[in-house]
Design a protein around this ligand. Structure first.
Ligand SMILES: Cc1cc2nc3c(=O)[nH]c(=O)nc-3n(C[C@H](O)[C@H](O)[C@H](O)COP(=O)(O)OP(=O)(O)OC[C@H]3O[C@@H](n4cnc5c(N)ncnc54)[C@H](O)[C@@H]3O)c2cc1C
Length: 532
């Protein structure tokens, strides 16, 4: 079967992938690959908004300073400037594509974009569409992408591995395409492309509790690693303190606003505990609250703690938190009368594939944009609402760079087909589901919010054993989405553990009891892992 040839193969259809495809499509032939339905991605679930300097009282310098402060000494200041200074352009680009951002009345009788303020920002600078910004962005971009004649969309296609010249034994260094599993047809296809862009999102599914949807299994990071690209800062995983804890509630965040409006965190016996950890109590920063909850859960062996807002009038609760009220009620939790069971949850992957200011990776022709990349913007901690901005800015940077080189870039040669002659259908799917559970559980227990070298070493031994088992399974059985994701999760787990072991200090989102403070005896450094 002849393989398809594209100018650009975009793996991922969130904010980063779709905005890149749209920026390229008038001048290039694009394939957009999505693991499940086109809009099922982290972008769809983003609530708060997108940061951009739009208010006359605000300034680029102030946004830069806030981002640098959040990043705890590890942001790349040139990248921060590059991103922050393009906020307005990116919001305008989205407005041109019809994203219905929330507006408010201006003094002159007109209207302007409403700006909210979030943790870490010293000004109001978060553009939003009510409390469902991601949905508004994703569905607007989807409409444009589906309508564009140069964009071919492949839903339910799961990228397995990148094809590089080096892997084929050719002398040049370059990406040539990818093997992709058509999940519904159960067939592996070969895609050839002049350029490949990984826009495949983060890796928070490697933890037992996460705010992310199922697609967030770090596939792009694992694929780039296997292809020979460097990966950076994987120890910096952001945990959100309060995710609903219920066996059937997958990934539902209980907004920080509940604590902002007086919600109290309680232990299973009903006693409060936050004051013991921070004088700001429930209003301490996210990472402190998450650490306190984790500490108490581990100390007591408790499955969860509770967030109680029921002392407020029922009408106040229903009008301020209609979505949370309705969602909890689906699980028979009436938050006007009962506390909400909550756990911290993995929320955002700050590290990823190391990229430059044009989103280029170590492999010529391979770009990485969005949560899959480590650009230098977030450093050791991401500031709220900077991540969607990062997606949009690096999609633009990558598009400009690709368009400059496109005309002179030769088409890739014919590529070998995927070889299934040595494998059979699995008769032991239980191994895959068991290993999925095991990775996510030991990552939560040993590589979570509070780490020690002993716990990390324990996790490293487990992941090595699992990787042997997975490799054996992969070598004998036909690939399935679950198996592919498991193989990627195991690599991501290893990268997080190894990065955490290398950082002999606590900084930003990485906290270890063995080195509980930042090491100021040397300049702050990134953790860069190289596959070679
Ligand atoms: C609940 C929640 C709330 C958030 N709120 C905010 C907020 O208010 N502001 C903010 O800035 N950020 C927020 N974030 C973070 C932000 O949403 C993400 O960082 C951002 O959307 C990532 O976009 P992306 O394009 O990089 O990846 P995603 O939107 O996650 O898209 C990834 C895409 O890659 C595809 N994919 C993955 N692997 C493969 C594979 N192997 N083969 C084929 N396709 C693949 C997926 O199918 C998907 O289409 C939030 C995140 C969550 C989970």
């Amino acid at each position: 079967m002849a393989s398809s040839v594209y100018d650009v193969l975009v793996i991922g259809s969130g904010a980063s992938g779709l905005s890149l495809a749209l920026r390229l499509a008038d001048q290039a032939r694009i394939a957009v690959i999505s693991k499940t339905a086109l809009t099922e991605c982290n972008t769809l679930y983003a609530q708060g908004g997108i940061s951009a300097v739009l208010d006359a009282k605000d300034s680029i310098e102030s946004h830069i300073q806030d981002t640098l402060a959040a990043g705890a000494g590890l942001c790349d200041s040139e990248i921060v400037r590059l991103v922050v200074s393009q906020g307005k352009e990116c919001i305008d680009w989205l407005l041109e594509r019809g994203v219905p951002f929330t507006e408010t009345a201006s003094e002159n009788g007109g209207s302007h974009l409403h700006l909210t303020r979030e943790g870490g920002h010293t000004h109001r600078r978060v553009v939003h569409a009510a409390d469902a910004t991601g949905r508004a962005v994703e569905t607007s971009l989807e409409q444009h992408a589906r309508a564009h004649p140069s964009i071919e969309i492949f839903e339910h296609h799961n990228a397995i591995d990148l094809i590089t010249a080096q892997k084929l034994g050719l002398r040049e260094q370059r990406v040539l395409g990818a093997y992709i599993l058509d999940v519904q047809a159960q067939q592996v296809k070969t895609f050839r492309a002049r350029y490949v862009v990984l826009a495949s999102g983060g890796a928070s599914k490697v933890y037992l509790y996460t705010s992310n949807p199922d697609i967030a299994t770090g596939d792009g990071i694992a694929m780039a690693w296997r292809a020979g690209a460097r990966i950076a800062n994987m120890e910096f995983i952001q945990f959100h303190p309060t995710c609903l804890y219920h066996p059937h509630a997958r990934s539902f965040l209980i907004s920080e606003a509940v604590r902002g409006e007086g919600g109290r965190l309680l232990l299973p016996d009903g006693s409060s505990f936050m004051q013991r950890f921070d004088s700001r109590g429930e209003l301490a920063p996210r990472d402190i609250v998450a650490r306190a909850i984790d500490h108490e859960m581990k100390r007591l062996g408790a499955d969860c703690v509770y967030l109680d807002i029921s002392h407020k009038p029922a009408e106040f609760i229903k009008s301020h938190f209609p979505t949370i009220y309705a969602r909890c009620l689906e699980f028979n939790i009436d938050i006007t009368r009962q506390p909400i069971p909550v756990v911290p949850a993995a929320h955002y992957t700050c590290g990823g594939i190391l990229t430059d200011r044009d989103a280029r990776t170590d492999i010529p022709g391979l770009y990485a944009i969005g949560e899959v990349a480590c650009t230098g913007l977030h450093g050791a901690n991401r500031m709220a609402s900077n991540s969607l901005l990062e997606c949009l800015v690096f999609a633009k940077q990558a598009a400009e760079d690709i368009l400059q080189g496109l005309q002179s870039r030769p088409a890739p040669p014919e590529l070998p087909e995927w070889d299934e002659s040595q494998v059979i259908d699995s008769d032991e799917e239980v191994v895959v589901s068991h290993n999925w559970d095991e990775i996510r559980r030991f990552m939560w227990d040993y590589v979570g919010i509070v780490r020690t070298d002993k716990r990390l070493q324990r996790a490293l031994r487990r992941v090595a054993l699992l990787q042997q088992e997975i490799a054996d399974y992969y070598g004998h059985f036909r690939v399935t989405s679950d198996l592919l994701e498991l193989r990627n999760l195991a690599i991501v787990a290893e990268l997080i553990i190894r990065s955490a072991l290398l950082r002999k200090e606590s900084r930003g989102l990485h906290f270890t009891l063995d080195y509980p403070v930042p090491d100021d005896s040397q300049p702050p450094h990134n953790t860069v892992l190289s596959p070679r």
